[in-house]
Every structure is written in structure tokens, then in C-alpha cells.
Design a protein around this ligand. Sequence first.
Ligand code: AMP
Ligand code: ZN
Length: 114
Amino acid sequence: METCLFCKIVSKNIPATIVYEDDRVLAFEDIDPKAPVHTLVIPKKHFSTLLDVAESDSDLMAHLLFVSREVARRKGIAERGFRIVTNCNPESGQSVYHIHLHVMGGRRMLWPPG
Ligand code: AMP
Ligand code: ZN
């Protein structure tokens, strides 16, 4: 999608600090981190929100989750604890309409989130 910020990161038209990449998924550092570790994991395929993902993309979504877990391991926060978050639509605070998982940790995470 030409106008999408994260599609531009996928196509390398906008720079990002990439921490993992394969044929289906990209992980890169959040530009405005809210925790010592704050990495975004996205499918290369564009979906505006979680509501746009079809059952036929179940494998991709599972892969996204496994890559997020691998990011937590590589960042050294897997054992102490981490959080995976996705926001969907305005009231959640979603600001970029290309689905992404936030992998966050390196500090005690509050619950419930604000
Ligand atoms: P959300 O608010 O859940 O849609 O999350 C979007 C996230 O993308 C925010 O945490 C932003 O800090 C992050 N973000 C926005 N622009 C960029 C960018 N160019 N590179 C990396 N992260 C970004
Ligand atoms: Zn996109």
C-alpha cells in the first residue's frame, strides 16, 4: 500500500532499525520506545487492522506471534517477562493502520494498561 508508513519500511523507502526479517515478517525498533525494549513486529502483507485478517492468514498470524517470542528471547527479556500488545481501532489508541505487535519489556509492566 503506497501511502502506508509501515509498508514504506517494508520496502525500505523509510529507514528503520531492523532486528529480524524473513520473507513474511519484519521486526524493527519503535521510534518512540515506551520501555527499554520496544520492538514492533509486522507482517509484510498490508492489513489495516486485526479485523481485516482472514482465516486463510492464520499461518501468517501464528508466525508473527512466534517471531515476536523470538524477538523477546534475542533481546534477553524472555525469562524475566515481556508483553505483546496490539491495538485495534481508535479507542485502543491505534495510530498506524498496518497491523503490528508491540513487544515490550525490560521493566515491570503495569496492569491494567491505561
Ligand atoms: P500504535 O499506536 O499501536 O498504532 O503503534 C504505532 C507505533 O509505531 C507507535 O509506538 C509509534 O511510536 C511507532 N512508530 C511510528 N512511526 C514509526 C517509525 N517511522 N518507525 C518506527 N516506529 C514508528
Ligand atoms: Zn501497510
